[in-house]
Design a protein around this ligand. Structure first.
Ligand code: HEC
Length: 110
């Protein structure tokens, strides 16, 4: 009995630890109407923001956890996106959409 329940318990622990980890890291601001209108003044469309957000939450999490937008300044993000885009094998469009989302999201934070 013990032999059966012990692995089940430890995988439940790992699973809940993973959930907390994901919840703790998933602090990317949602695409708000204010973000969309501010981005529009920079010639960025809502679909660019949506695609940039998707790049950040998919291609940018292949090697490490989701990096909270608020952890870095906009200037730091520009360097990070330059550094990480080749690692994530982003094309020029994906890179610019990622930067558009990060810029709009970072500017929406206090
Ligand atoms: C191929 C693996 C890989 C992919 C894909 C990847 N990263 Fe990274 N990332 C790393 C490694 C390794 C580090 C640790 C620091 C370093 O090596 O520069 C890192 C560090 C970071 C950091 C912390 C930088 C710092 O100065 O502390 C951020 C933010 C980041 N990555 C964002 C991204 C974003 C955004 C993307 C998507 C474009 C991405 N990463 C895709 C491997 C990757």
């Amino acid at each position: 009995m013990n032999l059966i329940s012990r692995p089940a318990l430890s995988s439940a622990c790992i699973f809940s630890a993973l959930l907390f980890w994901i919840a703790g890291c998933a602090t990317q601001p949602a695409i708000s109407p204010a973000m969309i209108s501010r981005a529009a003044t920079n010639g960025v469309s809502e679909s660019d923001l949506v695609r940039g957000h998707a790049v950040l939450t998919s291609q940018c999490t292949a090697c490490h956890g989701l990096q909270p937008v608020g952890r870095y300044s906009l200037k730091e993000w520009r360097d990070i996106v330059d550094d990480m885009s080749p690692r994530a094998k982003l094309n020029a469009l994906q890179k610019s959409q990622l930067l558009a989302y990060v810029t709009a999201a970072r500017e929406s934070l206090p």
